[in-house]
Design a protein around this ligand. Structure first.
Ligand SMILES: *Cc1c(COP(=O)(O)O)cnc(C)c1O
Length: 368
């Protein structure tokens, strides 16, 4: 460490410059080509008309500070899921909540744990808090509970589990989540990131509400960016023990949620028909895409989310990088996932019927 007198300009805290900034999904098509953005797991159905109406109505009171407790949104969420609104904290996307949790519970020399192909925001949040990211191997692109438990040390403060995971699309059954929790010391906080929970239709899956309700060290984060189609507004929420809510409410910005976001989120979560339509569209087209792309000879990791992971061969002319360039030239923007340790794969969001059919045709042409 340089002594202070050697510094010629302000220096960020330790760890900050070790961060590789998050790279969002691309969103540009070549000039004159129609763009199909399939790189950020946004919904092809758009936001609920009720959410859009609530957002527009909120435009009439932009001069007023929002409700700093976001109570209309917390109560709408509590009603929808039968929760205690006092134990819900909202954030500008679940990204903000993941960062707040990390800053509240992890500091220099502490470790934060997540799995091999886990969501990159965890690593960024841990480094930003001055902590050390620790990574556990996966099996078959799936979280391995034993590998996670084997990495728990005396310095572990946080364990992040994206279930289902992004970018792999895989999940672990609730029994496995409970086994992970049972293996953690009581002072370690388990963060269940359930950004895609609404899309999962499996009897052995749970987003984790029951575990939060019955434990002192589990938080579940959720988002309005995916199935609710409000990514542009930045709305997330988390359900947690009262003492964790108390800690986050002390460090969050006093007006971290804006009024239009609060209003649109509350309207969106009450529109069950819109969510049902999104699930039905997703199931149909995810299955269709997986089958059609499989028929082309590419392997697709079985997904329970609203996206699929497509694996490409390493041979010249057929690599993921070349496929990405080929598809992009047609305005079909998928997500390169080399940053997740998956250089031979692309992640594709389940899109509109038009986009899905165009991708399959483009992949067929690419592989010719
Ligand atoms: C998209 C996503 C989120 C949500 O991010 P927001 O900040 O709420 O938009 C969280 N976790 C995972 C794994 C995601 O893929």
């Amino acid at each position: 460490m340089d002594s202070v007198k050697d510094l010629t300009r302000p220096a960020p805290r330790a760890g900050v410059l070790a961060i590789e900034a998050y790279v969002p999904g691309k969103s540009a098509a070549p000039a004159g080509v129609k763009l199909h953005k399939l790189s950020s797991n946004e919904t092809p159905l758009g936001a609920s008309p009720r959410a859009i109406a609530a957002f527009q109505a909120a435009a009439n009171s932009l001069e007023f500070y929002p409700d700093g407790t976001a109570s209309a949104l917390r109560e709408a969420i509590a009603r929808r899921y039968g929760l205690d609104a006092a134990r819900i904290v909202c954030g500008a996307g679940s990204d903000e909540l993941l960062n707040l949790i990390t800053h509240a519970y992890l500091g220099p020399s502490d470790e934060g744990l997540y799995s091999e192909h886990g969501f990159l925001v965890y690593k960024i949040a841990i480094l930003a808090a001055g902590g050390t990211p620790v990574v556990a191997k996966e099996k078959n692109y799936t979280t391995d509970v034993d590998a996670l438990l084997a990495k728990v040390s005396a310095r572990t403060k946080l364990v992040f589990l994206a279930n289902p995971n992004n970018p792999t699309g895989t999940y672990i059954p609730f029994e496995e989540v409970k086994r992970l929790h049972a293996g953690l010391p009581p002072h370690v906080l388990l963060v269940l990131d359930a950004a895609y929970a609404e899309y999962v239709r499996r009897n052995d899956y749970s987003a984790g509400i029951e575990l939060v309700a019955t434990s002192d060290n589990v938080v579940m984060t959720r988002t309005f960016s995916k199935i609710h189609g409000l990514a542009n507004l930045r709305v997330g929420w988390a359900y947690m023990p009262a003492n964790v809510a108390d800690a986050l409410n002390r460090i969050r910005g006093p007006f971290n949620m804006n009024g239009p976001a609060i209003a649109a989120g509350a309207a969106a979560i009450a529109d069950q028909a819109h969510m049902d339509a999104a699930v039905a569209h997703n199931e149909h087209w995810r299955d269709w895409l997986s089958a059609e792309i499989g028929k082309l000879g590419l392997s697709v990791t079985p997904s329970v989310g609203n996206f699929i992971l497509i694996h490409f061969p390493k041979e010249a002319g057929r690599t993921a990088r070349e496929a990405d360039a080929f598809l992009s030239a047609r305005g079909l923007i998928l997500r390169a996932v080399a940053g997740y340790g998956l250089p031979d794969a692309l992640r594709m969001t389940v899109g509109s019927e038009e986009a899905n059919r165009l991708v399959v045709q483009a992949l067929r042409d690419f592989l010719k």
